[in-house]
Design a protein around this ligand. Structure first.
Ligand SMILES: Cc1cc2nc3c(=O)[nH]c(=O)nc-3n(C[C@H](O)[C@H](O)[C@H](O)COP(=O)(O)O)c2cc1C
Length: 222
């Protein structure tokens, strides 16, 4: 690193390595510290995003309003699914009465797993809304699931008929105007639409939240 006169040879291999390792160490400490310092903020943002989506699917989200305050009307609980796992349930309460239930739904789209929430009224049968918060579908094709006009169609649809059979379905083409159970398909994105139909039906089946939804309906009709 230094020659006979004690001067540092800045171009020596030792010196280059020393500077490179030093710079890498400083940078890695900076990046690691930023990640650690920002982690709580990141978790808070993720939590706020989750709460906003749940409020939105329930029709309770107001832009600009305090999310935590709005979310205080929602109770988080769970129900046991057929697999033995706990299935998350978000209850929108009106005093001590359940006003609607919000269920997480997820399943295969064309390109990736789609994640969303299904809001159902206290009868356990009437849909309040369906909203995705993460998917990998193509912009302009599969991502039509996010279009307000398509999402609006879910509102008021029934999941089950009077015999308790699952009837809700996304069909290919247009659903008749007075259809109680059918939702329009997505033009050019039949595979995404079919995926959504299949996994929503799965989550309301006996394997998913079906028994819970039916118990709500029974309570409501008592
Ligand atoms: C680049 C590319 C991206 C596509 N993305 C989607 C998609 O996100 N969802 C989907 O269902 N189909 C997508 N498709 C079309 C499917 O391959 C298929 O043709 C379509 O789902 C059939 O729908 P249709 O019967 O309404 O035409 C994509 C096709 C291409 C070439």
């Amino acid at each position: 690193m230094s020659d006979a006169k004690g001067k540092i040879d800045r171009d020596s291999i030792g010196n280059v390595l020393f500077v490179a390792i030093g710079v890498s160490l400083v940078c890695s400490v900076l990046v690691a510290s930023a990640a650690v310092i920002l982690k709580p903020r990141q978790l808070l943002n993720e939590e706020e995003f989750r709460q906003r989506i749940i409020l939105d699917v329930a029709g309770l989200y107001e832009p600009g309003a305090n999310i935590a305050e709005l979310y205080s009307s929602i109770e988080e609980t769970s129900t046991e699914l057929a697999s033995g796992e706990a299935g998350a349930v978000y209850l929108v309460m009106d005093d001590s009465r359940i006003e609607q239930v919000i269920l997480p739904v997820e399943g295969a789209g064309l390109w990736a797993t789609m994640y969303g929430f299904l809001a159902v009224e206290a009868d356990g049968n009437t849909v309040r809304g369906l909203q995705f918060y993460a998917h990998g579908e193509t912009p302009g094709l599969g991502d039509q699931v996010d279009k307000p006009a398509w999402r609006e169609q879910w509102r008021g649809k029934k999941l089950f008929d009077a015999n308790g059979e699952t009837q809700i379905e996304v069909i290919k083409g247009f659903a008749p105007d007075d259809s109680e159970y059918e939702i329009d398909g997505l033009a050019g994105a039949t595979l995404t639409a079919r995926g959504v139909s299949v996994f929503v039906r799965h989550w309301i089946s006996d394997e998913g939240y079906g028994p819970y939804l039916k118990s709500l309906g029974d309570k409501e009709s008592q």
